[in-house]
Design a protein. Structure first.
Lengths: 175, 308
C-alpha cells in the first residue's frame, strides 16, 4: 500500500485542475462540467467548488451523468444505476467530463455514448485525477490530468474522499 | 445487489428489497425517457419474446416499447394468429420459440399459473404480464412507482382498491405489494365481487360502502368492471353498479379532501369512473401509463443481467 497523493497534495491538484480548465475556457463561456457517477462526482464537486471561487458561480453549468446502461459488460455482472441530472442543454457546448481514475478507458467510452444521447456537444474534454497509463484498452487520453502513475493489473487505485470515506487521499493497493 | 428471483412471476414471493431495487432502477429509466434520445444500449444482445395468449393493448405496447428502449430484439406472438389456434400446446410453442435463441419471455395467459408452469420447464427468464385471475406484477409495480412519485413513500399510505376484487389480478398484486412496502389496504366493492375470506387470508380491510372507503384513503385505485370475466352476473346492472360504486366529481367534492385517483385501464367511462374524475386534477391515470414503460424497463434490465 502506497500513498500516491496525500490530502494536501490532493487539494493542490484540484486547484490546479480548476485553473487549467479556466485557462482553456475563459469564464467557462459555453462550457459545462459533467461528473461521472458514482465516484467521479466527488472530484467534480470539488472542482466546481474551486471554480466558484474563480468565476461568477451563476455561470457554472454542472451536471452528473450515470453510464450504467451504456456499459459493455452488462451481461457479465449486474450494475445498479445512480442518478443522472443534466438540467441544461449540451447542444454545441464544450463539455468537460470529470472522473476520478482513468484505467481501461471503457467507462469513458460508455460516457461518450451516453453524453451524445443528450445532444451534440461542440467539443468534449476529459479531466481525471489519476491516469493509470499503460493500462488502456481503448484509444482514450485525458486532457486535464492530476497525476499519471504506472501500475500493473493486480494493483488497485483507490481515491478516498471526506464526504464518503472519512479520509482523503489517493492510494495504490497491491492485491 | 440483484433480484432474489430469476423470474418475475408475481409479487407474492418478492422481497421488499427486490421491490425497492426495481422501483429505484425504474426512476433512473424514467430519466432516460426524458432525454432527446430515449434509448440505451443495455440489452442489445438480448432477445425477448412477447407471448400474448390473451388480448392486450396497453400492456403489450408498454412492454414492447420498454424492450425497444433497452435495444433488445423483440419478437411478438399473439395466440389468436398463431399455431396455438391449431392446437399446439403452450410448452411446445415456447420450446419452438426458445430454440430460436430467446433469452426472456414476457407472457400473458388466461390460465392462472401458466407462467409458473412454464418457469419449471424452460431455461429462459419469464416475466408474467398477467395470468388469469392470479397476478399482474408489473402493473402493481407501476402503480407503486406512481404512488411513491406522488407521495414520496408507500410507508403508512392508505390505499383503497375499488371494484371487482374477485376477478382482478391487478388487485391481488397490488395487495401483496402495498402491504410488503408498509402501506395499508382496504378493498371496497359489492359483497358479490369481494372474496369472502379475503381479510383473513391477505390482511386487508373490507368496506362495502364506497363513500366510507374514499373518506379513509389517500389513494383510490379503481378497477375496471370485467364483464368478459364474469360467467354469471354478480350485480343486477351496470347502471346499478355505477350508482352505488361509480366515482364522480360530485362524490369526490363531497368528501372535502384531496385524494389521488388511479385506474389500470381501460376505463369503462360512466361505470366505475365518470369522465370528470378520470380526466380531473386528482387523476394520475396517464402518469401510470408513462411510468409503466420505465418500470418494465427496470424489470427486464434486472432480469436480463444475470451473472450465470
Amino acid at each position: 500500500m502506497k500513498t500516491i497523493l496525500s490530502k494536501e497534495q490532493l487539494a493542490l491538484t484540484i486547484k490546479r485542475l480548476a485553473n487549467q480548465i479556466l485557462e482553456n475556457h475563459p469564464q467557462l463561456q459555453n462550457t459545462v462540467i459533467i461528473g461521472l457517477q458514482p465516484r467521479g462526482i466527488f472530484l467534480s464537486d470539488r472542482i466546481v467548488q474551486e471554480l466558484q471561487k474563480l468565476v461568477d458561480p451563476s455561470a457554472i453549468q454542472y451536471g452528473k451523468l450515470d453510464i450504467t446502461f451504456y456499459r459493455d459488460d452488462v451481461r457479465k455482472s449486474l450494475h445498479i444505476a445512480s442518478n443522472t441530472n443534466i438540467p441544461f442543454s449540451i447542444e454545441n457546448k464544450k463539455v468537460i467530463l470529470v472522473d476520478d481514475v482513468l484505467y481501461t478507458g471503457r467507462t469513458i467510452r460508455a460516457a461518450l455514448d451516453a453524453l451524445l444521447d443528450y445532444g451534440r456537444p461542440s467539443k468534449v474534454a476529459l479531466c481525471v485525477l489519476v491516469d493509470r497509463r499503460f493500462s488502456r484498452e481503448l484509444p482514450i487520453q485525458p486532457d486535464y490530468l492530476g497525476k499519471a502513475i504506472d501500475t500493473i493489473f493486480s494493483q488497485r487505485v483507490t481515491v478516498l474522499w471526506n464526504e464518503n470515506d472519512e479520509n482523503e487521499q489517493v492510494m495504490l493497493l497491491d492485491n | 445487489m440483484k433480484l432474489s428471483t430469476k423470474h418475475l412471476l408475481g409479487i407474492k414471493h418478492l422481497l421488499p428489497e427486490d421491490i425497492k431495487l426495481i422501483l429505484s432502477t425504474a426512476a433512473q429509466f424514467k430519466e432516460v425517457l426524458q432525454r432527446p434520445v430515449k434509448k440505451v444500449p443495455s440489452l442489445r444482445d438480448v432477445t425477448i419474446v412477447n407471448l400474448f395468449y390473451e388480448n392486450s393493448t396497453r400492456t403489450r405496447m408498454s412492454f414492447e416499447l420498454a424492450e425497444r428502449r433497452l435495444s433488445a430484439d423483440v419478437l411478438n406472438f399473439a395466440a389468436s394468429s398463431s399455431s396455438a389456434a391449431k392446437g399446439e400446446t403452450l410448452l411446445d410453442t415456447v420450446n419452438n420459440i426458445l430454440s430460436m435463441k430467446v433469452d426472456l419471455v414476457v407472457m400473458r395467459h388466461s390460465a392462472s399459473g401458466a407462467p409458473h408452469f412454464l418457469a419449471q420447464h424452460i431455461p429462459a427468464a419469464i416475466v408474467n404480464a398477467g395470468d388469469g385471475i392470479n397476478e399482474h406484477p408489473t402493473q402493481a409495480l407501476l402503480d407503486a412507482f406512481s404512488m411513491q412519485e406522488k407521495f414520496g413513500s408507500l410507508e403508512g399510505l392508505k390505499v383503497a382498491i375499488i371494484g371487482d376484487i374477485m376477478h382482478s389480478r391487478v388487485a391481488l398484486s397490488n395487495m401483496y405489494l402495498l402491504q410488503k412496502m408498509g402501506a395499508e389496504v382496504t378493498v371496497a366493492g359489492p359483497p358479490t365481487l369481494i372474496p369472502k375470506y379475503i381479510s383473513e387470508a391477505l390482511g386487508v380491510r373490507v368496506e362495502y360502502n364506497l363513500k366510507k372507503a374514499l373518506q379513509w384513503c389517500d389513494v383510490a385505485n379503481v378497477l375496471r368492471i370485467q364483464l368478459e370475466r364474469q360467467n354469471q352476473p354478480l350485480f343486477s346492472s351496470l347502471r346499478e353498479y355505477s350508482l352505488t360504486y361509480g366515482i364522480n366529481k360530485k362524490l369526490l367534492e363531497s368528501l372535502g379532501k384531496e385524494m389521488v385517483i388511479m385506474h389500470p385501464g381501460p376505463i369503462n367511462r360512466g361505470v366505475e369512473l365518470d369522465s370528470d374524475v378520470a380526466d380531473g386534477s386528482s387523476s394520475i391515470i396517464l402518469n401510470q401509463v408513462e411510468n409503466g414503460v420505465a418500470v418494465r424497463m427496470a424489470v427486464l434490465y434486472l432480469l436480463a443481467n444475470r451473472e450465470n
